[in-house]
Design a binder for this molecule. Structure first.
Ligand SMILES: Nc1ncnc2c1ncn2[C@@H]1O[C@H](COP(=O)(O)OP(=O)(O)OP(=O)(O)O)[C@@H](O)[C@H]1O
Ligand SMILES: [Mg+2]
Length: 260
């Protein structure tokens, strides 16, 4: 399988192309003519200060917000994404900043929340859901044991793995992760990093919003930096240092000698 870098060098069609995306709230341009793209197996980091427009940009892709102008192409085809269902129909799944898990339900119920497996009689088939849940968790997070407890009893990393399992189970090809490690300790963050590597190896493309420049350097192939709703630039992680990324975030311009 070609690496994301080789795909880009070959001029392969990206799996996601967001072009000249703009969206304003009242008078505020939250996202102003931003273009980003994503290839299979690639992790593209989105960086920028609070309020830079990162979450708003990805909410346009996940169908939570509607853009005022711009274009989205999936595998080269122009698409209309006007709600989360449209996004899902293009195999786009989102893991939000605050995890949308139902605290009082167990892992299997959360995995299938809103998309339950039912018996021919139309009843929720708990046994089948737990069996499926054990299968996918066995693959993603083999140490996971807490199948019958409510997810409120899980650690942050375990909760994150349930959310990732949900996306993968429902065939995500394009995954949006908005600060997946924001509330996690170092060990848990490492676990999520390993999950991201696994998803990458399966050819899933990931937009990863993260405040931690170091994490972006470690996990991402490219980084797109935003400031005040605008795109500062997109760089290949191999071409930049932590300091380069920091100066892009703070000064809002590309480091000398690095192509946008
Ligand atoms: N639903 C909304 N209504 C009004 N303004 C909004 C809404 N969503 C976002 N904004 C505004 O859009 C701008 C960009 O916000 P956004 O949440 O995209 O930033 P962000 O880069 O994700 O920041 P953070 O790092 O804090 O999560 C901010 O000025 C924010 O106040
Ligand atoms: Mg945000």
């Amino acid at each position: 399988m070609a690496t994301p870098k080789e795909l880009r060098a070959q001029g392969a069609t990206p799996m996601v192309e967001m072009t000249d995306i703009s969206i304003a709230f009242g008078g505020v341009k939250a996202v102003d003519q931003v273009s980003v793209d994503l290839h299979p197996g690639e992790v593209v980091g989105l960086l920028g200060h609070n309020g830079a427009g990162k979450s708003t940009l990805i909410k346009v892709l996940s169908g939570a917000y509607q853009m005022d102008s711009g274009e989205i192409r999936i595998n080269g085809d122009k698409v209309e994404i006007t709600n989360p269902r449209d996004a899902r129909s293009h195999n786009i799944e989102t893991i939000y900043q605050t995890l949308a898990l139902a605290d009082n339900l167990d892992a299997a119920s959360n995995l299938f929340l809103g998309r339950e497996i039912t018996t021919p009689m139309g009843l929720v088939n708990d046994a089948a859901m737990e069996a499926e849940c054990r299968k996918i968790m066995g693959r993603l997070n083999p140490n996971f044991r807490k199948f019958s407890e409510p997810v409120s009893a899980l650690s942050g990393g375990q909760r994150q793995s349930v959310a990732i399992a949900r996306a993968v189970y429902f065939n995500a090809k394009i995954l949006i992760m908005d600060e997946p490690t924001a509330a996690l300790g170092p060990h848990e963050t490492q676990m999520v990093a390993e999950l991201i590597q696994q998803l990458k190896a399966q050819g899933i493309g990931i937009f990863l919003i993260d405040h931690d420049v170091h994490a972006v350097m470690e996990l991402c192939d490219r980084a797109s930096v935003m400031k005040n709703g605008q795109l500062v630039g997109t760089v290949d992680i191999e071409d930049v240092t932590d300091d380069d990324l920091l100066s892009m975030i703070i000064l809002g311009k590309n480091p000398a000698g690095v192509a946008a």
